[in-house]
Design a protein around this ligand. Sequence first.
Ligand code: ACO
Length: 436
Amino acid sequence: MAQDTLTIVDNRTNRPYSLSIEGGAVRATDFRQIKTSPDDFGVMTYDPAFMNTASCRSSITFIDGERGILEYRGYPIEVLAEHCTFLEVAYLLLFGELPKEAELKNWVHAITHHTMLHENTKKFMEGFRHDAHPMAMLVSTVAALATVYPEARDIHDPSNRLLQIERLIGKMPSIAAMSYRHSLGFPYVYPDNDLSYSANFMNMLWKMVEPKYAANPVLARALDILFILHADHEQNCSTNAMRSVGSSHADPYLATAAAAAALSGPLHGGANEEVLKMLDEIGSRENVPSYVKKVREGHGKLMGFGHRVYKNYDPRAKIIKWTAEQVFEVTGRNPKLDIAMELERIALDDDYFVQRKLYPNVDFYSGIIYQAMGFKPEMFTVLFAIPRTVGWLAQWQEMLSDVDQKIARPRQIYIGQRARQFVPMEKRALHAVTSH
Ligand code: ACO
C-alpha cells in the first residue's frame, strides 16, 4: 500500500530521508534533519511571497482556484449571498455555524450596540487634513482605538476577545463613514440603532437634514451582498498581516490596523480604486483594443484582473455582476460598465490573458457599483475593509487557539558580506549613492 511519505536523497551525502505528508504538505522543519555535518544548520525551504507554503491549517474559508469555488465554513458563497445577511455570515465565519434565530438576534444587538465611537475618536479624526485619503484615516483611527480600549491587550481571555471583536465589527462602518464625511467637509452622523448594519452605514454616510434616514432597500441589500463577498478570503496579503502581527500577541486594534494597511495597496484591496482610474484612462469602448495591446506588450497591468489563487473566473465577480444590474435599476447605469464588459470580452479572448489564466477578480466590477451608488474611488478600499474585518478577526482567533502557531518569524538566506574590517572615516572610499 502507498505510504503518505516523501523519500528524499541528499546527493551531497547519499543519505535518504523519509518525510511525512499530511494534508498534501510536508513540514518545512522536517528538512532541518538533512545535514552534511552535525554542526550544519540543515536544509531550509526558500519561498518568497509564500508561493507554495501553507502558513497555517484553517477551517474558515475554502478556495479551489482552478474550479472557481469559494466556501465559508463549507457553505458556497453563492448560497450565502442569496440567503443571508452580512451579520449572519459574520457569525458563521467567527463561530463556525449559521446562527439560530435567537443567536442572530443577540449577535445583531451586540454589534449594533457597539457602533458608537468615543467622542475623543471623533476629535482625533477632525485633526486629519481635509484631503487625507480615507483609507489612511481608517488605518490610523483603528490603531488609535487601542488607546481607547487598553484592556484589549489581554488577548488570552476569550470573553475579552469577543468584546473587542464586537467593538471592531460595530465601529468599522462608523469610522469609515466619518472618514468619508471628513473628506467632504460634512458633519459626522451618529449611528441609528433602528437600522440594519448596511442601512445604518448608509445613514452615517448620506444623512443630511432629514430627521430620520430611509435607506433604499435595494441599495442596502446590494451593500450587504458586497459585504458578504468581501468578508474573508483565506490567507491573502492582509490576512497574513493580521496573523503575523497578531502572532506577537499585539492587541486586535493594532493587528487590524496592520491588516488594513496591507489591504490598502494597489495589488490587493486598493485595486478597485485603480480599476476606476484605468477605465477613466481608457475613456471609451473603442479604445479598449489598443489598451489591451499596450498591456500585452508589457506596459502596465489590467487592474482587477489576475489572482494568485484563482486561475478561473472569480466566483465573487459573477455575483457582483448580477448585483450591479439590481443597483443600476435604482441609480441608472454606470457608463463605465460598457467599457469594463468590453475589456473583459477582449481580454478573455486574448492569448496573453488566456495562457496566464488571467480572469476578472472581485475588484473588477465592485468599483463600478460603488461609483453608481455615489462613492468616490478613494472610498472603495475602505468599503472592502469593513467586511474583511470579520475575516481578519476570525483568522486571528483561529491563530491564537492553534497549538501549532508561534510568533511568525521567517528565516532568510543571507547573501551579504561577512566579518569585514572596520574602515576609519578618513580612509573610506567614495561610493555612488543614488538619493537621500
Ligand atoms: N495584467 C496583465 N498581466 C498580468 C496581470 C494583469 N492584471 N496579472 C498578472 N499578469 C501577468 C504577470 O505579468 C505574469 O506574466 P509573466 O509570466 O509573463 O511574467 C503572469 O501574469 C503571472 O502573474 P504574477 O504577477 O506572477 O502573479 P501573482 O500571483 O504574483 O499576482 C496579482 C497576482 C498581484 C493579483 C496580479 O495578478 C496583479 O497584479 N493583478 C492586478 C491587481 C489586482 O487586480 N489586484 C487585486 C487582486 S484581488 C484582491 O487582492 C482582493
